[in-house]
Design a protein around this ligand. Structure first.
Ligand code: FAD
Length: 277
């Protein structure tokens, strides 16, 4: 910690609201029909923002929010400013289109690096891609330790005392900063917007939104020193070839008795029809 407190960067993603999937949620080509789904602040990124704001509140410092995406993602950056972030940046560039987690984490790591953070926060996972890879991949590229599934955090003179959910209980880690944390909904809810901040930031825009460009900074891949071949389609070994909305109709499920015999019969059935084994 320096005398100004801790420098926190939080990565936030705008995602289609997958809870509101209707019959028109998928296009015929199997891709997500983003026009049919409202765009929202990725839920666990709200918890990540709360973690960053709590650090600022308790120990002093600064919170910078970064979103990579289309200009529409400025909506969540405005939201972050209204909830207490000090600065917000949109990383937007045609070169970033089609990025998988490898390219996304490369571009975001280049953006994060320029702010020289003590702590970086991400959500555990985004509700559209659902991979939970981006946070740890950013950490790897920055050379920071990655603490996943964060649910509580204290800081002691440049050392983070982090409580992580490990499924069967919790684990407490002590880790030297700088470090990256991926945050779950167990951390605690994001604080509500502050009325004065709502008035201050409701018209904040990035240049890509077509306005004058005030309140939200904008970065291109060139601005953050990205190599073109590591961005977008060029830098993405993964292709999502098809997305299917699976809705089970009546008769398409079986109930398995919660007994040893029931489970044995179920596993034998899976082996017999070559689903496993
Ligand atoms: C249905 C579907 C399936 C996909 N499957 C794969 C796949 O198998 N492999 C693959 O490499 N890609 C996949 N993708 C692409 C993937 O969504 C993108 O690479 C995406 O940019 C990051 O991955 P994620 O959504 O899984 O994020 P996650 O890794 O789940 O996100 C974790 C955290 O990283 C941060 N973060 C992620 N993206 C951004 C962003 N754009 N801006 C700011 N912060 C961000 C947030 O804090 C977020 O909570 C898929 C996309 C879709 C729509």
């Amino acid at each position: 910690m320096n005398k100004k407190g801790y420098n926190c960067v939080v990565c936030i993603k705008q995602v289609p609201d997958t809870k509101r999937i209707g019959p028109d949620a998928m296009k015929e080509d199997g891709t997500v029909n983003r026009a049919a789904l409202p765009a929202v602040f990725n839920p666990e990124d709200m918890n990540a923002l709360e973690a960053a704001l709590s650090v600022k509140e308790r120990y002093g410092g600064k919170v910078t929010a970064i979103a990579m995406g289309l200009p529409a993602a400025c909506a969540i950056l405005r939201e972050a400013l209204m909830r207490g972030a000090d600065e917000a940046y949109l990383v937007t560039d045609r070169k970033a289109a089609g990025s998988d987690t490898l390219a996304t984490s490369y571009i975001l790591s280049q953006a994060v690096r320029r702010f020289e953070p003590d702590l970086v926060f991400c959500g555990r996972q985004a509700i559209d891609g659902d991979t939970a890879q981006t946070g740890p991949q950013i950490a790897e590229k920055l050379g920071f330790p990655a603490i996943t599934y964060l649910e509580k955090l204290d800081l002691e003179d440049g050392v983070a005392v982090a409580v992580r959910d490990i499924g069967t209980g919790v684990e407490t880690d002590r880790v030297k900063l700088p470090a990256l944390f991926t945050v779950t909904d167990r951390y605690g809810e994001l604080r509500p917007p502050d009325v004065r901040r709502v008035m201050e930031y409701k018209k904040a825009k990035a240049p890509a939104e077509g306005g004058e460009g005030s309140g939200i900074g904008q970065l291109s891949c060139d601005d953050i020193g990205c190599e073109a071949e590591r961005c977008g389609f060029a830098g993405s070994p993964t292709n999502v070839s098809k997305v299917a909305s699976v809705v089970l109709a009546g008769g398409e499920y079986r109930e398995i008795p919660a007994t040893d015999e029931g489970i044995k019969a179920f596993v034998e059935g899976l082996v017999a029809d070559h689903t496993i084994g």
